[in-house]
Design a protein around this ligand. Structure first.
Ligand code: 13P
Ligand code: SF4
Length: 360
């Protein structure tokens, strides 16, 4: 049964998040020569510092390629957390957004966690202030608080469970089997999709991802009609009407596996277009079409590319390693509290085979 009591997040907060997104400082253009020079220097720094890169599918292709070349991991947020926790490096350089760096620090307090730009945030994190979320939760006693990984440490410390799009369905199904009722935050679209899939009672916080919220249903219908052979892959942070047009709904990992494993030759992809690098690497013969964000109701704040993921570049990656800048720090009491729900998620995911088990 769907219970959707909250209204949208306040307009002032939404406007300030949109302004933040529009005013990010993106890495400057680099010539091929400069890129090669920086890449060589980064490789030397990584080796001499016993540092390893962990990158999200949405960051710049050069960073994803360098991560793999140097023995790091390009992954979704769930596998990034898992890989970082198991890494024997002294330093992890997290190329992604801040909650990913914070999760790495929560799991490996002994490691130095660096980020090329520590201001790389996420609209879901920004749209869910911990004090307001706590007050919201207090209105509904007797519910389990389930939060998406795209949140601050303080919000995770309030939660009973942390989930990612790679395990949310399984974890919520598990809670349903236990007879629990759920408060869900912050992504309203992902929450609605899970609610529809599991038919569990859920109270939804009304946050949104500025990238996925922009996919346009009318224009997607037109694109589908123009490409009838293409399968439509949609990330569940997208609006329900867009999800309804999908052949496959799933996390970034599921979308990549679909391109790789489905027999179809072309795909319309409704998620951040940074994911195309990995899709093309694994399935070079497939045709990928970006789902529309512009059109009748489009405002294209992101144009299918997360502005905060785009803050990661070769120059600031180099600089954070050279100067030890962009370090993630978390106060110990809150780290320990938030860690409980993150560890619960990882243990559950390992048991269910959703991520690799720790090496013996
Ligand atoms: P994943 O958990 O699928 O990596 O997605 C994270 C994210 O930020 C999606 O927008
Ligand atoms: Fe956050 Fe959306 Fe960017 Fe993912 S794509 S980091 S959910 S703003």
């Amino acid at each position: 049964m769907a219970i959707d009591l909250a209204s949208k997040i306040p307009l002032a907060l939404e406007n300030s998040i949109n302004n933040l997104a529009k005013n990010v400082t993106l890495p400057a253009y680099l010539s091929e020569e400069k890129k090669a020079d920086l890449t060589a220097q980064i490789k030397v720094l990584l080796k001499s510092l016993n540092a390893q890169m962990v990158a999200h599918y949405y960051v710049d292709a050069d960073l994803q390629a360098l991560t793999e070349e140097t023995g790091g991991k390009v992954a979704d947020s769930l596998e990034m957390a898992n890989f970082g926790a198991q890494s024997s490096a002294d330093i992890l350089v997290v190329c992604g957004v801040k909650f990913m760096g914070e999760t790495a620090k929560m799991l490996s307090p002994e490691k130095t966690i660096l980020m090329p730009d520590i201001d790389a945030t996420c609209s879901l994190d920004e749209g869910c202030p911990a004090d307001e979320f706590q007050a919201f939760c207090q209105q509904y006693p007797g519910h389990k608080v389930v939060v998406y990984a795209n949140t601050s440490v303080a919000v995770k410390a309030i939660a009973d469970w942390v989930v990612t799009s790679g395990n949310a369905l399984e974890i919520v199904t598990h809670l349903k089997e236990q007879g629990e009722k759920i408060i869900w935050g912050p992504d309203r679209h992902l929450g609605s999709w899970i609610q529809a899939e599991t038919d569990i009672e859920m109270i939804l916080w009304q946050g949104q991802c500025i990238v996925h919220d922009e996919f346009q249903v009318y224009e997607l219908e037109a694109l589908k009609a123009a490409n009838p052979e293409a399968k439509v892959l949609v990330h569940p942070e997208s609006p329900a009407e867009v999800v309804a047009l999908a052949d496959v709904v799933g996390s970034t990992r599921v979308m990549i596996e679909s391109v790789q494993n489905m027999p179809d030759k072309s795909f319309i992809v409704a998620t951040d277009n940074g994911i195309f690098w990995k899709m093309q690497q694994l399935a070079p013969q497939k045709k990928l079409i970006v789902a529309p964000t512009g059109g009748k109701d489009g405002h294209c704040i992101s144009c299918a590319h997360c502005p905060w993921m785009a803050m990661n570049g070769l120059q600031n990656l180099h600089d954070c390693l050279e100067n030890m800048t962009g370090q993630i720090k978390i106060e110990e009491p809150i780290r320990l509290k938030a860690l409980e729900s993150v560890n619960k998620m990882l243990d559950f995911s390992r048991q269910k085979g959703l991520i690799a088990k720790p090496m013996a």
